[in-house]
Design a protein around this ligand. Structure first.
Ligand code: DQA
Length: 145
């Protein structure tokens, strides 16, 4: 099946961005690892990062047309602000897992709310780059392999 991994704003800077919070793994390394794992399991995975809310909305809308069966998304700062990205996920009705490298609940109060968690199949947060791996494992399980 087709899976989509979405990364929100500033995640293109992973590796150098506040490494004490987000780790030293780059986005390229995370994506390559996920693609390889999905392919090994007989699936196809596409990755997309944008700093722009509209580009994320457009990619989510496109996922309905391209047959995407499952989405893993780290909305980054849009987690706490974006009704538009939330509405796009609700519109396409593709099941998704919300992922965070850090555990937002241990951080500033404005990170304690999410526009996504109540729509998500589940939420994985606090395990650094491994959060994505765990989310992919859960997604593959859901797809029934
Ligand atoms: C994040 C947590 C968000 O609060 C923050 O704005 C990010 C990254 C995480 O992966 O820990 O950019 O989603």
């Amino acid at each position: 099946a087709k899976l989509l991994v979405l990364h929100g704003p500033n995640l293109n800077l992973l590796g150098t961005r506040e490494p004490e919070v987000y780790g030293r793994t780059t986005l390229g390394q995370i994506d390559a690892d996920l693609i390889q794992r999905a392919e090994k399991a007989g699936h196809q995975l596409d990755c997309f990062q944008s700093n722009a809310e509209h580009a994320l909305v457009d990619r989510i809308q496109a996922a309905r047309e391209d047959g995407t069966r499952f989405i893993v998304i780290n909305p980054a700062a849009y987690t706490h602000t974006s009704v538009a990205v939330r509405d796009a996920l609700a519109a396409v009705a593709i099941p998704f897992i919300e992922v965070h490298l850090s555990n937002p609940h241990t951080r500033e109060p404005f990170r304690h709310t999410s526009y996504f968690s109540d729509l998500a199949v589940g939420v994985i947060a606090g395990f650094g780059a491994d959060s994505y791996r765990y989310a992919l494992d859960a997604a593959l399980r859901r797809l029934g392999d």
